[in-house]
Structure formats: C-alpha cells, structure tokens
Unconditional design. Structure first.
Lengths: 282, 286
C-alpha cells in the first residue's frame, strides 16, 4: 500500500531532482527542447557573476540574521506565553497569525507598509522627529534598508512557528527538574544554562533547522518586495534562479544557480536526522 | 508597599508589555490591511510627509468601494474558484496516496519502516525553488503549461510527504489489535482498515485535509512558474501579479484581497496548529 506513494515520490521528486542536476550541465533554454552538454560551464559563468555572488551572500545573511533574531525573540515570547494570564488564548491566536497567512499576500501587505510615498513607518518617524525636514527613507530603494525590510518580513513570518516549537519544548521539561535544581541551590543563570538550555537543545535545533530551511529556500519575499532590486542588490539564490531560468529563459543557468541551495540543505537534513536520533525517538 | 510587592508589580507590567509588543508586531500588517481596505482614496493617498494626517485612523468615513471593485471588476472571484478547485482535487489525490502510505508506515516496524518514514519526511524539505526549473520542463513536455492540471500534478509533491507523516503518527496511536480483531472476525485487511481504522481516524483525516488545503492556498512559486494567463491564476499569484495594472497599485482592493484570503485560513489553521507542530517535533519532544 506504500507503493503508489513511493512511485509518485520517485517520479515527481527524485527524478526532477536529478533532472535539475542534469539541466545545470546543459545549455538548454526555454521554448526549445534541443540542448547540448556544456559540462561545468554554467557554474563557471555563474560564479564569475557579481550578481550571483551577492545573491549567495544575501541568502546566508538573510537566513542567519533572521534565524538569530527569531530564536532570541522566540525564547522571550515562549517564556512570556508559559505564564498564565487573562486573554492568553487570544494573545496566542493573534501572535500566530503571520505563520498561517499566505506568504505572497502577507508580503504584499508589507510592500504597502514600506511604500516609498505612503510608508506609515516614515509617518511615525516624521511625527516623532527622527526624520527631520527633507529627510526620507526609501525603504525599498536603498540596498541596506531593503535588506533590513526583507529580514523583518522573514522574522515576522517565522517567529510564530519557532515560538510554538520552543513552547512545546519548554512545557515538556518536567517541573521536578527545576525543583531539583532549586534544592541543589542553582541560581537563575545556573538553571538557565545548565538545565533549561541543555534540555531544550534538541527542540531548539529543530526550530532553527526548519526555520533556516524555509528562509534559505524562499523566493516569494524577495521576488514580491524588491524583485531583487535596487540594482540586483537584494537577490537571493532562489529569486535569481527564477529570474535567469524562468523569466530569462536560460534554463541551464537557472538550474545551476538553484543547485547551490543543495549543499546547505544536505547539511541541514543530516543535522536534523542526528538531532532526532539523539532524542532516541522517531 | 513592600519592595517585594513592587517587584512583583513590575514583573507583571513587563510581562504585559512583552506580550503587547509581540501582538502589535504580529498583527500590524493585518490591521493595516483592514484600515486600507475600507478607507476612501482621499483618506488613503495623502502621503506620509503630512504629519497632521493620522494614517492609523479613519479620517473620512469607511467605504466598501475597494471590496466591491475587487469582487465585481477584477478576476478575484475566478482566482478564488481556481484555487478551491485545485485545492479539492489535490486534497483528494493526497488522501488517496497518503492514507495507505501512512498506515503502512505506522504498521511497518523495524529499521526499514523507520528509514522509509524519515525518507518521506525529508522529501517535504526539498524546496520548490530547487524543483521548479525541472518541473517547468516536465510540465511543457506533458503539454500542461498554463493549465491548472499542472498544479494538480505537482502540488502533491509537498502535500503527500507531510500528510503521510502526520497520518503515520496518528495511526501509530491506534492499537494494532483493532484491525487484528476485525480480521479474526473475517474482514480482509482493507476491510478492517475501512471499517475499524478510518472511522476512528476522522480527526486525523480532517487535520490532513485542512493542511493540504492551506498548503495549496499558500503555494506561490509553482503557480507563478506554470500559469501565465490571468484567468487561470490562483489567488496567491493572481493578487500580487495581476491585480497591479502596469505601475498602478490599487492598494485598497489589494489589501482587501489579502485580508479576505488570509484571515479565514489563519483562523482554521490556528485551530489545528497543535497537531501540525506535533508533526514537526516528533522525536525532539519526549
């Protein structure tokens, strides 16, 4: 009864995956089924391109910075949600909203928030006096600000997901452990670093790895917010692969850019398997 | 007031402030969608340089113009219909593939069962951004470009692995004796699953239906790659790509579309969230 699923996955995940590797070694282009092998030429061309190197760097910057923020904020938020308070379930519901909304539509909402003329952020900064007369932030027109905007959206979207996972981890630590540590005279910091964090490690790893995979491979945020601009300064691997491989029609080049996602994904998958094995379940 | 009481009060205050901060951060874009959807254009397009005009509130009475325009003058209803059509078909395909697979994995013990189930879960992590280029080849080879059938063919690549994994966990919680006793009474294995296991699995099946449906509605990359005519787009692509005319953004209608699509999904999703998280954290939480 497993066979249909295995056949489907073999045909539509494994095979296309191999096809992606294969295409990256050819000069195939959209609209034509003829192609010839070019060996590693695509990879050489891609690596020589400054836009690609910037995109590769951006992909890591976006992933690392946003995941760092997500884990720090997620821990604070999860601890706050551990306590009982009135309206807790409503608060939880509202805080989780960003994860459920379709990312393309949520990004559109942010695009309007970061609008060059009507940005509500600028209005607040203007009113509070941060922006003096004649001063203005063009959020998506400046490479640094645009990168910050992209990171904000990634944090906004992944924070609920990580918070819920961390919350599951916190609630799974039995109270007796904390009591035992109290009896042994452990202070707040000793308890945090010697008890809570070690016991939370597997779950934190899961939260980070999933968050990292989703952020690392995402193209919708960049594609819809900046289209990789200004001047191709905010592209990530996925959006550049789309621009060159689908919009530009250079299938071989697009495939070779997307292949660069692979090493990181493999490392994450291995880490994930290790974590789950260490927890002795699965 | 003693210093202990003061410290407690400060603690409560900080706790409230932290919660409030995160609620504002999470909800602001949705709040902004609501405000934008119902504002008059004269109230909407003032420009942030005007410090006297507070953009957070309705300075002029709210109107339904943008919502009316969205439903009567754009293809939004068509996109909704397309999305639901794809969603229903994909859910059906997903159930047909994932229920037997999840059941088999739940009952298949030993090393191979374990390896297979992890293998299937890992395919969920293969991102659409790695596969969309070979898929676009495959889709045009099959003559499915610009057809919703391409999405029906491809979407199960992410719904099936995740749903199989969720269902496996669910079936594992049902005792094996259930089918065994039915089989002793003369049922075939398929009969035993149909009569004994599935009726008890309705909550699990419902969860899977909800998640497959929300994953379909959220999907962006494949839909953007394969569908080019505006009439055949799904909501997640039609709204950001085709609702913008040239360089003109109809922000009122755009935000109304985002709001109307996102909120129902978010509500349903939240109801089933705990199960979803359980699917991710199997193994890391004891």
């Amino acid at each position: 009864m497993l066979a249909p699923t295995l056949v489907y996955i073999a045909l539509l995940v494994a095979l296309p995956f191999l096809l992606a590797v294969f295409l990256s070694l050819t000069n195939s282009s959209a609209g034509s089924l003829e192609f010839s092998f070019v060996g590693l030429q695509n990879f050489r061309n891609v690596i020589a391109s400054a836009v690609f190197r910037r995109a590769l760097g951006n992909t890591f910057v976006f992933t690392v910075v946003s995941q760092f923020l997500v884990i720090v904020l997620g821990n604070i938020l999860a601890r706050a949600l551990m306590k009982n308070f009135r309206g807790k379930s409503l608060a939880r519901f509202l805080i989780l909203m960003p994860w459920a909304a379709p990312i393309s539509l949520a990004t559109l909402g942010w695009l309007w928030i970061f609008d060059s003329t009507f940005s509500v952020i600028n209005w607040v900064l203007k009113v509070s006096g941060w922006l003096g007369p004649g001063q203005w932030y063009y959020w998506l027109g400046d490479p640094t600000l645009a990168m910050a905007a992209i990171i904000v959206i990634h944090v906004w979207r992944m924070l609920p997901f990580s918070t819920v996972i961390i919350l599951a981890g916190l609630t799974s630590i039995p109270n007796e452990v904390h009591e035992a540590a109290d009896i042994d005279g452990a202070g707040y910091f000793a308890k945090t670093f010697r008890v809570t964090i070690p016991m939370m490690m597997p779950i934190l790893t899961v939260a980070v790895l999933f968050g990292a995979v989703f952020t690392f491979t995402d193209m919708s945020v960049v594609y819809l917010l900046t289209r990789g601009g200004p001047y191709n300064s905010t592209h990530v691997l996925a959006s550049l692969a789309f621009q060159d491989g689908v919009l530009g029609g250079d299938v071989g080049r697009g495939a070779s850019i997307a292949i660069f996602l692979l090493p990181v994904l493999v490392v994450m998958a291995i880490l994930m398997l290790r974590t789950s094995r260490r927890a002795e379940v699965v | 007031m003693g210093s202990r009481a003061a410290r407690r009060a400060a603690g409560v205050l900080i706790h409230r402030a932290v919660i409030l901060f995160f609620i504002v951060f999470a909800m602001f874009p949705f709040y902004w969608m609501i405000v934008t959807s119902f504002k008059q254009n004269a109230d909407l397009y003032v420009g942030a340089t005007n410090v006297k005009h507070n953009p957070f509130i309705f300075n002029l009475p709210p109107v339904l113009d943008h919502v009316k325009m969205l439903f009567y003058q754009t293809l939004y209803p068509t996109w909704l219909f397309n999305t639901l059509w794809v969603g229903v078909v994909v859910v059906a395909v997903t159930l047909v593939l994932a229920v037997p697979a999840g059941y088999s994995l739940a009952r298949l013990t030993g090393k191979w069962g374990e390896r297979l189930s992890i293998g299937i879960f890992l395919t969920y992590l293969v991102p659409s951004t790695l596969l969309f280029i070979p898929f676009s080849r495959l889709v045009s080879l099959l003559g499915l470009q610009n057809s919703l059938w391409s999405l029906v063919l491809i979407y199960p690549t992410f719904t099936v692995p995740f749903c199989t994994w969720l269902l496996m966990g669910f079936f594992k919680s049902l005792p094996k004796e259930l089918e065994e006793s039915a089989m002793v009474d003369g049922c075939s294995r398929v009969g035993a699953i149909w009569r004994m296991v599935l009726p008890l699995s309705v909550p699990g099946l419902l969860t899977v239906v909800i998640f497959a449906l929300t994953l379909v509605i959220q999907e962006f990359v494949y839909s953007l790659t394969f569908i080019s005519s505006v009439q055949r787009m799904t909501v997640s692509v039609g709204v950001p790509v085709a609702l913008v005319r040239g360089d003109v953004y109809y922000w009122g209608s755009l935000m109304a579309a985002c709001l109307i699509t996102s909120v129902p999904i978010a509500i349903v999703y939240n109801l089933f969230l705990d199960r979803f998280i359980a699917g991710f954290t199997v193994g890391a939480v004891k």
